[in-house]
Design a binder for this molecule. Structure first.
Ligand code: PEP
Ligand code: MG
Length: 590
C-alpha cells in the first residue's frame, strides 16, 4: 500500500554552515530521553508494562556489571559504575518510574523520561558539584534503561554507515568531530548558535548545518526526507516534488559557483589600489591542512589545538602532540602556522577533567587561565610546539588573555619550556613570534600596553562579541543580538588595531567575522593586516578583496564609525558592496 504523502513542513533556524543537502534523517538522541512518545496503557496491561520496565532495568544492570568486570584495574571508573548500578535500584528512579506507570497509566518510556527530567532539574539546581554529577549518573543509567525499552542501540556517530543527515537535540564539539564525511551529508540541531563550536566544525567539515531549530527532533522522524539549506537556515521536512526540484537546482547553482571561486583562490590577492593581503585558514584537525592549501590559504592563522584533547580519557603525550604539530608545520612550510595554545573549558570540556564543574564556564577556568593553573599540561604543549617549530614556520598565541600578568606568566612558562628542552638536549626553536588573542574587552582596553609584550595580536571576534556584548555565543534566545557589525564591536576592533599600529605590530583577525565577504571592506579599512577563516570561506573573501580599494575602505570606515546601530552599518555595507557579497545568501541577513 502506498503511503499518503505527508505535508511539507518548513522549519527556520540559524545558518551555521553553508551549502544545501537533501537526504534521509537520522535521529541522534544524545540525551537518550528526548525523542520519546507518550501513549496510554490500559488498566489490564499495566502489570505487563511494569514488568517490561523491570526487565529493561535488569538488562541495564547486567550490562553495567559486565563493564565493571572489565574495569577492575580502574578503581575510580569501577566505583562510578557501582554507584550507577545502585541508582538503578533506587527509589528515586526505579520506584518513582513504577509509580508513574501505575498512577498515570502511561508507557514506561514516558514515565522514565518524566521522572528523570524531574530528578535532573532538582539536582542541577543544587550548588554542590557532587550532586550535579549524580544528575549526570542518573541521565546515564536512564539512557541505558531507555535503550532496553526502545531497543535502540547506543548511537556512535563515528559508526554511521549510510548516507544520512543527522538530526539531534544538540551535538557537542566532540560528537561533531567524530562525523564521518563519507556518510554524513549535514546536520541540524535544536540548540546552538552561529558561532558555537559545533557550527564552526560543520563549516570546517564543509557540510551544511542549521542549528537553533528548537523543534527539529519533535518534527522529524528517522528516514524522513529533509532538505537542509545551510545558506539561509531553512529546513524542509517531507518536501513536495516542486520544492525538491527547486532545491536541487539551487544546490547545483551553489556548487557551480563555489567551484569557480575556488579556482581563482590560488591567485595572489591585492586590492584595486594594489595593496597585497594574504588570507589564512583556521583549522581544528591536522588533516585540514589539505583543505587549507586547496582553498589557497597563505598559512594557518589559527590552529585550535584543543580538539586533540577532546573525547579522550587521558591527556595526549608530548611526543604525540609534537608529531602532529611537526606534520602540520612541515606540510605548510614555508607558510606560517599559528598554534593557539589549549583553549579548553567554556564549551569544550575535556574528559581527564571530568568532575571539573563550574557555574559559569564561559567566565571560568577556560583557555590561558586553565593552562596557568595546570603548568604540567601547559608545559607539555609548549614543549611540543617549540620542538615542532624547528621544522618550519611556527608561531604561537595565547587565548583569552584578560590581564597583563597572564601574558607575563605565559611567556615565562614558554621560557621555562625552552630551558627544559635545552637541558634535555632536544632540538627546538624558541625564537618564534608570540602573540595573544584579543577576545576579552579588558584586553582591548589594555591593548596599548599588551602590544609592547607581544609580536602580534589576533582578534577573536567570536568571543569578543560574546564578552563585549554579553551574548552567549551558543544561545539561540539571544542570537539576534549577536551582531558582529554592532558599533561597539567595530569600536573595539578599531581600538585594538590602532594600538597595534602605534606599536608597529601586526593585527590579525581569526574570528568568524573575518570570513564574511561583506565585512572585508570594513576590516581592511579598520587596519587589519591579516584575516584568517574557515578554509572554504577563503575564496569568496579573496574575491571581495580584489574588488575593493583600501583607500576607499578607509574613507568608508570614517563614516561607519559615526553610526549607531548594527543595522545602519549593515545597510551602508550592503548598499556599497552587497552585490559583490550577495553570492552568500546569509550575508544579506543583518
Ligand atoms: C574567537 O573567539 O573568535 C576565536 C577565534 O576562538 P574560538 O572560536 O576558538 O573561541
Ligand atoms: Mg575564542
Amino acid at each position: 500500500m502506498q503511503k499518503a504523502a505527508q505535508k511539507e513542513v518548513v522549519l527556520r533556524g540559524i545558518n551555521a554552515s553553508a551549502g544545501i543537502c537533501i537526504g534521509k534523517a537520522y535521529l541522534v538522541d544524545r540525551s537518550g530521553v528526548d525523542v520519546v512518545a507518550r501513549y496510554p496503557i490500559a488498566e489490564k496491561d499495566i502489570k505487563a508494562e511494569v514488568k517490561r520496565f523491570k526487565s529493561a532495568v535488569q538488562s541495564a544492570k547486567s550490562s553495567l556489571r559486565a563493564v565493571i568486570e572489565n574495569s577492575l584495574h580502574d578503581l575510580q571508573k569501577a566505583a562510578i559504575l557501582e554507584t550507577q548500578v545502585a541508582l538503578l535500584g533506587d527509589k528515586l528512579l526505579y520506584g518513582r518510574t513504577v509509580e508513574t506507570i501505575e498512577r498515570e497509566r502511561v508507557n514506561a518510556e514516558w514515565a522514565l523520561k518524566t521522572v528523570v527530567a524531574r530528578i535532573r532539574a532538582a539536582f542541577q539546581g543544587m550548588p554542590e558539584a557532587y550532586m550535579r554529577e549524580r544528575a549526570a549518573d542518573i541521565a546515564h543509567v536512564a539512557d541505558l534503561v531507555m535503550r532496553g525499552l526502545t531497543g535502540v542501540e547506543a548511537q556512535d556517530i563515528g559508526r554511521i554507515d549510510k548516507r544520512v543527515i543527522l538530526v539531534a537535540h544538540d551535538l557537542s564539539p566532540a560528537d561533531t568531530s567524530q562525523i564521518n564525511l563519507e556518510w554524513v551529508k549535514g546536520f541540524i540541531t535544536n540548540l546552538g548558535g552561529k558561532t558555537s563550536h559545533t557550527g564552526i566544525i560543520a563549516q570546517t567539515l564543509e557540510i551544511p548545518a542549521v542549528v537553533g531549530l528548537e523543534v527539529a527532533t519533535q518534527k522529524i522522524r528517522n528516514d524522513d526526507i529533509i532538505i537542509v539549506d545551510g545558506n539561509t537556515g531553512t529546513v524542509v521536512v517531507h518536501p513536495a516534488e516542486k520544492t525538491l526540484l527547486a532545491y536541487e537546482e539551487r544546490r547545483a547553482t551553489y556548487e557551480r559557483y563555489k567551484a569557480v571561486v575556488t579556482r581563482e583562490s590560488h591567485l595572489k590577492t591585492a586590492t584595486t589600489d594594489r595593496r597585497r593581503f594574504d588570507v589564512f585558514a583556521n583549522i581544528e584537525f591536522p588533516e585540514e591542512v589539505v583543505s587549507a592549501i586547496n582553498y589557497g590559504a597563505a598559512g594557518i592563522g589559527l590552529f585550535r589545538t584543543e580538539f586533540q584533547y577532546l573525547g579522550r580519557t587521558a591527556f595526549p603525550s608530548e611526543n604525540e602532540l609534537f608529531e602532529t604539530y611537526r606534520d602540520v608545520v612541515e606540510v605548510m612550510a614555508p607558510r606560517p602556522v599559528i598554534f593557539r595554545t589549549l583553549d579548553i573549558n567554556g564549551d569544550k570540556v575535556i574528559r581527564p577533567d571530568a568532575g571539573h564543574d563550574e557555574r559559569n564556564p564561559a567566565l571560568g577556568l577556560r583557555a590561558i587561565r586553565y593552562c596557568l593553573k595546570r603548568p604540567d599540561v601547559f608545559r607539555t604543549q609548549l614543549r611540543a610546539i617549540l620542538r615542532a617549530a624547528a621544522f618550519g614556520n611556527a608561531r604561537l598565541m595565547f587565548p583569552l588573555i584578560s590581564a597583563y600578568f597572564e601574558v607575563q606568566l605565559a611567556k615565562r612558562c614558554l621560557d621555562e619550556a625552552a630551558a627544559s628542552l635545552r637541558k634535555d638536549g632536544l632540538p627546538h626553536k624558541r625564537d618564534i613570534p608570540v602573540g595573544i588573542m584579543i577576545e576579552v574587552p579588558a584586553a582591548v582596553v589594555m591593548a596599548d600596553l599588551l602590544a609592547k609584550e607581544v609580536d602580534f595580536f589576533s582578534i577573536g571576534t567570536n568571543d569578543l562579541i560574546q564578552y563585549g556584548l554579553a551574548i552567549d555565543r551558543g544561545n539561540k534566545q539571544v542570537a539576534h543580538m549577536y551582531q558582529p557589525l554592532d558599533p561597539a564591536v567595530i569600536r573595539m576592533i578599531k581600538h585594538t588595531a590602532d594600538a597595534a599600529r602605534a606599536n608597529r605590530i601586526p593585527v590579525h583577525m581569526c574570528g568568524e567575522m573575518a570570513g564574511r565577504p561583506l565585512h572585508v571592506p570594513l576590516l581592511l579599512g579598520l587596519g587589519l593586516s591579516e584575516l584568517s577563516m574557515n578554509p572554504q570561506a577563503i575564496p569568496l573573501v579573496k574575491r571581495m578583496i580584489r574588488t575593493i580599494s583600501l583607500a576607499e575602505s578607509r574613507q568608508m570606515v570614517k563614516r561607519l564609525l559615526g553610526l549607531r546601530t548594527a543595522r545602519e552599518v549593515f545597510e551602508v555595507l550592503r548598499d556599497s558592496f552587497g552585490e559583490m557579497a550577495a553570492s552568500q545568501p546569509s550575508e544579506m541577513q543583518p
